[in-house]
Design a protein around this ligand. Structure first.
Ligand code: PLP
Length: 370
């Protein structure tokens, strides 16, 4: 039986009745932009992560862009982010006119390395965007100390880690801004694009709310330049249905990850993902490292057997063509990032995986690595 990397239908089709009812409700209301459904969604997810303000937006990317804009980041400023991340983190920095400065990461958790970030500091550094990668919090205590020492703003890119926690505190709600994504492959996957921005700061929230809608306040008066970063009522209504199941989705992902840890623990040449002490991991990805140059062979072997797998991420930010002009100015080495790009492989961990599918993945990896 083939095992896809992700099966969105398995999750969404189980909720057909509820999703259709949510659609009907919005259809009948005639209110398609913002409104009640968006406000209810903001309040539900905001209180779940313990954020004072939650602002529904058009995507995880726009949440990052809006956070940077609300902080007034722009030309002449530098913002530090990991090289080992999805493009949006770095792309948003560049779109404000600021310069992204890339740092290295840890081989065990894949998360940003603050020793490397230290080397990236300059007079121009205004902010840092740590990424809670693959479903696990960064070392927030070190992040706080780092930001305080250098007077930086912090935007937590929490696209992959809604509900992950660090010593009991939820990712995204521990700094100036937290950004979330509801792209279909995230743990709370919408039926389209969507995102959320959270903050504890009243003033930043007020600016971000205005900027979400062209900086308009009151109507047709613009004291600042924003954009159209609004969330659709329809998307919010559908996400509210799925959010009711969220604790169960997380529990099942954690169960699957634990099963892999058991089934793959003794395989030579594999390094299994590590969860730092004090972290609750929510497993957006279950990412293994395949040593001795065997990653591509394992990947092809799994694909030949009909088992979905993917390399997140094959090309680090410091090697992207659009950032080639920044290469000479690099202040950090990227030894770990480059090693990971050559070793990582993410395997199916979505909540609806069956027992026999998980066994099939484990057996395939065991036999291909023997
Ligand atoms: C998915 C993702 C984003 C972007 O979210 P979209 O909703 O697709 O715009 C940003 N950062 C990270 C780390 C992501 O994984």
């Amino acid at each position: 039986m083939p095992v896809p990397l992700l099966d969105v239908n398995a999750q969404n089709h189980a909720l057909k009745t509820e999703l259709r009812a949510a659609f009907d409700k919005v259809l009948e209301s005639g209110r398609f932009i913002m409104g009640e459904e968006v406000e209810a969604f903001e309040s539900e997810v905001g209180s779940y992560v313990g954020a004072k303000h939650a602002i529904g937006v058009s995507s995880g990317t726009d949440a990052i862009l809006l956070a940077l804009m609300a902080l007034g980041i722009g030309p002449g400023d530098e913002v530090i982010c990991p090289s080992f991340t999805f493009f949006a983190t770095a792309g948003c920095i560049a779109r404000t006119g600021a310069t992204p400065v890339f740092c290295d990461c840890h081989p065990d958790t894949f998360n940003l390395d603050f020793t490397s970030a230290e080397a990236c500091i300059s007079e121009q550094t205004k902010a840092i965007i740590p990424v809670h990668l693959f479903g696990q919090s960064i070392d927030m205590k070190t992040c706080d100390a780092f930001a305080r020492k250098h007077g930086l703003k912090v935007i937590e890119d929490t696209a992959q880690s809604l509900g992950a926690s660090y010593h009991g505190k939820y990712c995204g709600a521990m700094s100036d801004f937290g950004t979330y994504s509801f792209f279909p492959s995230k743990n709370l996957g919408g039926l389209g694009d969507g995102g959320l921005l959270v903050t504890q700061d009243d003033q930043l929230a007020e600016i971000a709310v205005k900027m979400r809608n062209h900086g308009m306040h009151p109507r047709y008066y613009h004291e600042m330049v924003g954009g159209n970063f609004r969330l659709d009522a329809l998307q919010a209504a559908l996400l509210r249905v799925k959010f009711q199941q969220y604790p169960e989705y997380t529990r099942l992902r954690q169960h699957n990850a634990a099963y892999y840890h058991e089934g793959l623990a003794d395989v030579n040449g594999l390094v299994l993902p590590v969860t730092d002490e004090g972290n609750e991991h929510i497993w957006n990805q279950f990412t293994i490292r395949v040593l001795d140059g065997k990653r591509d062979a394992l990947r092809q072997g799994l694909l030949d057997l009909g088992i979905g797998c993917e390399i997140y991420y094959p090309v680090p930010m410091h090697q992207q063509q659009c950032f080639a002009h920044l290469a000479d100015q690099a202040r950090s080495a990227f030894k770990v990032t480059e090693q990971l790009a050559a070793e990582v492989l993410s395997i199916p961990v979505y909540p609806e995986l069956t027992q026999s599918q998980k066994d099939e993945v484990i057996e395939a990896i065991r036999s291909l690595m023997s």
